[in-house]
Design a protein around this ligand. Structure first.
Ligand SMILES: NC(=O)C1=CN([C@@H]2O[C@H](COP(=O)(O)OP(=O)(O)OC[C@H]3O[C@@H](n4cnc5c(N)ncnc54)[C@H](OP(=O)(O)O)[C@@H]3O)[C@@H](O)[C@H]2O)C=CC1
Ligand SMILES: O=C(O)C1=N[C@H](C(=O)O)C[C@H](O)C1
Length: 265
């Protein structure tokens, strides 16, 4: 009979998940965990000084106490180590702010939890440091600037396209809501997977978009357009759950490419 911990490590069963950030993406993550009827929402964390620190989760998210939500209060990050026992959380999923990532690696080291970093805007140096710390603290971390399975498959395809269409020109178009910084981290990843010099990136910011990335390639004889759209933030939550299942039981730094390769096994 496998223990709960073994089941998590096989990535097929219930995980105890703490979510940091309960904005647009964090809220979708929380809802996906609750709707799964499988995973447990062990905690929701916020920055110290947030107006919602210690607030009731249901009241913060929906303005009222709903019976379908657990009776959880939102834990400020500085209290998380005292509030969470080792073993209480299998994986922390961070949808908060880029400035918190290193604190989360430290915290996860103490509470023996793994971590999925979903925030964007990190420097390569910071991610290298995250990797060193993850190994030092014997925890698994996935860093995933784009959590969707589709974008990660798109990158595989455009890498191949760029090899086969050696003389083609590529451009990227991305569409997001008005407050999203330009360009997206994903556009940078796609440009790197094309790897064909400087790739122009065009950004549109309008209400209604969740996340669209398009690659247009032409060699003068053929034009290929590859497009991916996240239709709801549930797409990010779904990818984050796959990353969480993947990383439990691992040590060191992984990418969403590792997660998607594992899904295809
Ligand atoms: N990898 C991916 O595929 C995706 C990544 N993201 C990333 O997730 C992050 C959140 O996005 P989104 O939900 O749209 O943003 P929102 O602005 O809707 O929510 C941000 C959340 O983070 C909290 N927060 C803000 N500043 C800090 C801080 N310094 N430390 C800790 N918590 C903080 C906010 O709460 P409070 O103000 O109370 O602290 C709020 O709960 C961004 O980095 C975004 O790029 C989003 C979608 C997909
Ligand atoms: O913050 C978001 O929302 C998103 N961020 C990702 C990025 O910055 O690359 C892309 C995703 O489409 C949405």
């Amino acid at each position: 009979m496998p223990t709960d911990q073994n089941r998590v490590h096989e990535g097929r069963n219930a995980m105890k998940i703490a979510v940091c950030g309960y904005g647009r993406a964090g809220k979708a993550m929380i809802e996906s965990i609750l709707e799964s009827n499988e995973h447990e929402l062990s905690a929701v964390l916020c920055r110290d000084g947030s107006e919602n620190a210690s607030g009731n989760l249901s009241e913060v998210l929906y303005g009222e106490r709903l019976s379908r939500l657990p009776d959880l209060s939102i834990t400020p990050m500085s209290e998380a180590v005292q509030a969470l026992d080792p073993g209480q959380v299998d994986v922390v999923v961070d949808f908060s702010h880029k400035d918190s990532a290193l604190s989360f690696v430290e915290m996860c080291g103490i509470i023996h939890s793994n971590l999925v970093i979903c925030t964007t805007g990190h420097s390569p140096e910071e991610i290298a440091l995250v990797g060193e710390l993850a190994t030092e603290k014997s925890i698994g971390v996935v860093y995933a600037p784009n959590l969707t399975v589709g974008i990660n498959l798109l990158m595989e395809f455009v890498a191949k396209l760029s090899k086969v269409f050696g003389d083609a020109s590529f451009e990227i178009l991305e569409k997001h809501p008005p407050d999203k910084a330009k360009p997206t981290a994903t556009a940078g990843l796609i440009a790197r997977s094309i790897g064909n010099g400087e790739i122009p990136v065009h950004s549109i910011r309008l209400d209604g978009f969740v996340g669209v990335h398009e690659v247009v390639a032409s060699n003068g004889l053929e034009r290929i357009v590859v497009s991916h759209e996240s239709l709801s933030r549930g797409a990010f939550a779904c990818g984050a759950l796959a990353a969480a299942a993947f990383v439990c039981g691992k040590v060191g730094l992984y990418t969403m490419e590792d997660v998607v390769n594992d899904l295809g096994e």
